[in-house]
Design a protein around this ligand. Sequence first.
Ligand code: BGC
Length: 737
Amino acid sequence: MSNRSRLFPALALLALLLPFASARAPAGERPAADPAVEARVADLLSRMSLEEKVGQMFLGGWSPQFDDKEIVDGAIGILSNTDEVANVIAADRRARSVRHGIPLIFSRDIIHGYRTLFPMPLGIAATFDEAAMETAALHTAKEGSAQGLDLNLGPMLDLSRDARWGRVVEGPGEDPFLARRFAAAAVRGLKAGGMAATLKHFVGYGAAESGRDYNAVDLSESRLRDLYLPPFKAGIDAGAQVVMAAFNTLNGVPGTANPHTLTEILRGEWGFDGIVMSDWDAVRELVAHGVAADERKAVEKAVMAGVDVDMASGLYRDHLVELVKTGRVPMARIDEAVSRVLRVKFRLGLFEPAEKRRSLDPTTAAAALARPETREAARDVARRSVVLLKNDGNLLPLVAPPKRIAVIGAMAADAGDHMGAWGALGRREEVPLFLDEMRTRLAAKGVTVDYEAACDDACRSTEGFAAAVKTAATADLVVAVLGEPWWMTAESTSRTRLGLPNHQQALLDLMAATGKPVLLVVFAGRPMVLRDVVPKTRAILWAYSPGTMGGAALTDLILGEANPSGRLPMSMPRAVGQVPISYDRLPTGRPWKPGDELATRYVDEEITPLFPFGFGLSYTSFTISPPKLAQGTVRLGDTVSATVTVTNTGTRAGRESVQLYVHDLLASRSRPRRELKAFAMVDLKPGESREVRLEAPVADLGFHDDHGRYRVEPGRFEVFVGADSDTENRAVVTVVE
Ligand code: BGC
């Protein structure tokens, strides 16, 4: 008998003696190791066969062909995509009725809402508002959890500075600090709504070369640790229990077979004791990556690198038993992986006499969907997510609207483009269309709203242009709704061109040529190149895919019933040739200087983005006073505390985003010109002033070296506090040992 198995009876006894202490930590906290849970895990493990253990290491998708023999045989641990409550109830009963009665985890991709869709995650990040981020996750989870779901396959935490990558819309944008806040808020919100989070995709997926999905990623250890890992660490510290490995190679090693990231960093350095799952079929993809000769070898590599659960490929079930029997995979590794799955099941409370499912029934589950308060929350978050990029001559809001308005563009009346990719259970008929909202609400003010689609949402033909021009010419204002159709965004939708697709630019040009003022509303899944777009417009509202209530939210903003406060979570480039682009660039040895031909530059374009990270206008105006530091000199364990007075100098109530950036003036490595370290939103009435204090721990001002060691180097740091990443409003703080 090994030492390990000798321990089991003792642990089982302990399990009986200890009252079941719930290991569920409060939202926002990492669960502590719980001896009672560990004892129950060990006891259960000691009674399972190898085949049953391997069964726990499989995530399978539900489909009408799903055979519950898989459950009876104990061949599945996690079941995904059971969209009918009846399926959950049936599968759950089955699982509890067989030997050991190990409950299934029910999972699903609920990327921005289940039935009620919130804005796509990039839009949620654009709120620059942690409370809004948490609210979106909370309602998402409430709808999912009421349908019996336990585990969300999200949030996606992949940073990206490359708008060509279609998945930027699923994530928090380009900045690690914003992404950390987004991660923690999402995990807290999901948990409060009754679901667990899966942090994905570990790691570096958003840095795909040429912005092409699934492509290779090459990152130095310092860049990996300074930028790409922190959001995951923040999610784990907030209590996330599951991590999904990424499809891509990182420095030549596929995410599904990378012991450095999955075991050394995640387990070793961070002490993560939850589940690591592969991405969809990614174990099999190790063969295509060219690192495994065949599927058997792929399984061995994935499991030994630290992948506990195989999503979808089924190859663990096909090969793991034999790999253990032939000594290629040690039993201890299987026990470790299965312990993690069981530990998470205990922590989620799934074993407690069906606690979570007892009350599940199709009628109450249906009543939990599309509830008025959820729709109201989706509308509120959508309003906060929209970024006002331009508003010449205060075209907006339309407080005294003109008599005749032409709405042009198929997206104005296409529910799919409102909802966005990963539409889950979203229903087109539950979407108040932008066109209808404008029509109805403006009719009450005596305004006529005409409409022409002009072309389909991708604008592949110009046939309808003449009619659109005619309609625009008779109106006092043109509201053009253009951008990327929803199906051009998210997974496997990389683009090489970032302008308006197909004939949309030509349509916009024709609208401008009518001489009527043009308000452009953009639905899009990524930053786009707006160089030729901006001059054709008087005002631009950037709306991402705003979700189920997006049409109503946009109308609220246009009519001035709400005031835009969204901020860009990614820099908006001037040209595709600038990407990847981010605000935190290094100075180079030849910083850009006007007229200097040997400075870092392009001969045909500026080096700066068209709109910087953090940018967004309001219908009112604000001033932010120079920052006052609580202490000009701080020690390593202290906090940098900067106070500014924010004043609403305009005539409307509004929200200003205050952002704090630092710049390490002299260090052993070249440091970014700006790094976001804190942000806050402040609501102000016209004429009102308020003091806003932003704090950044000095411990957060450091960086990693080539060996992955983190340090804060004493010295002088510029502290910028302003409304976006280009602010010059600054003070200087000195950090001493
Ligand atoms: C995506 C994941 C997703 C999974 C399951 C994959 O293609 O990369 O983000 O969770 O499918 O739907």
